[in-house]
Ligand binder design. Structure first.
Ligand code: KIV
Length: 284
């Protein structure tokens, strides 16, 4: 069954937790889809975990479209949300609608995500009015890393908590279909979840949210440039990959690989004398 903005809202109503993971390519998306993930976020975190930037700021619309299209080819049932990269929606409302449209039309996403609260409500409404579902993102919004002075937990004092609550109410009113709450105190996330009709998807925001999202490289231990406290390692794929790479190097160097089972044979039972055959070429 295809997951949509409506089905994840229904999950909230029924108290069923929503599962979301990031993916950036066809095969990973296909694997996640095959085990029943509700939603895949093509996050601009791809700038860090796939492209090796130190933050998400250099990610372009072309990067996002390229990776979203690959994910969309792999995932048939997951609700696919594509991040709007830095400066693709801040400059003007019309630019935001145009870029959101490209992620749907060229990337085949089902929804777009953008960061911010009251300051981006006009964009949320305009994109929604263009029949594009919008997921909001509050708390530690990585595109504001320079304004925050680093990747820091947000909403820790009363003033910041009040701002976040007011932003959450504003984005829902503007038309957002869900909101990611990143790195905020878990009691604040639980409270916000209780006052919103739309689902909250937490990352570093505790289990009082309606769902969870993780960057898959973090939860599979494939990326250790930054190791956030909330990123539980559900499997050590990084180690398994390294073991595989090392075995390949070892066997290739020793000549053990490729063995008989990995090679092709000629039609004539391998009885061709290649030296004799090639001699025809060199006779004259
Ligand atoms: O870009 C991303 O992967 C995200 C998640 C961390 C929520 O926005």
């Amino acid at each position: 069954m295809k997951n949509t903005a409506a089905t994840i809202k229904e999950q909230k109503r029924k108290g069923e937790k929503i599962t979301m993971l990031t993916a950036y390519d066809y095969s990973t998306a296909k694997l996640m889809d095959s085990v029943g993930i509700n939603s895949i976020l093509v996050g601009d975190s791809l700038g860090m975990v796939m492209l090796g930037y130190e933050d998400t700021l250099s990610v372009t619309m072309e990067d996002m479209i390229h990776h979203t299209a690959a994910v969309a080819r792999g995932a048939k049932n997951a609700f696919i949300v594509a991040d709007m990269p830095f400066m693709s929606y801040q400059v003007s409302v019309s630019q935001a609608v145009e870029n959101a449209g490209r992620l749907i039309k060229e990337g085949r996403a089902n929804a777009v995500k953008l960061e911010g609260g009251a300051t981006v409500c006009e964009q949320i409404t305009a994109i929604t009015n263009a029949s594009i579902p919008v997921v909001a993102h509050l708390g530690l919004t990585p595109q504001s890393v320079n304004a925050f002075g680093g990747f820091k937990v947000q909403g820790k004092d009363e003033a910041a908590a009040l701002r976040l609550i007011s932003d959450a109410v504003a984005i829902q009113k503007a038309g957002a279909v869900a909101v990611v709450l990143e790195c905020i105190p878990y009691k604040l996330a639980t409270y916000v979840t209780s006052i919103l009709d739309i689902p909250t998807i937490g990352i570093g925001a505790g289990n009082g949210c309606d769902g969870q999202v993780l960057v898959y490289h973090d939860m599979l231990a494939m990326y250790d440039d930054i190791t956030p406290k909330f990123a539980k390692k559900f499997a050590n794929a990084g180690e398994v990959m390294k073991e595989g790479f090392m075995a390949y190097i070892r066997e290739t160097q020793s000549g053990e690989y490729p063995s008989a089972e990995h090679v092709f044979k000629a039609n004539t039972d391998d009885n061709i004398d290649y030296e004799k055959l090639a001699a025809q070429l060199f006779e004259n």
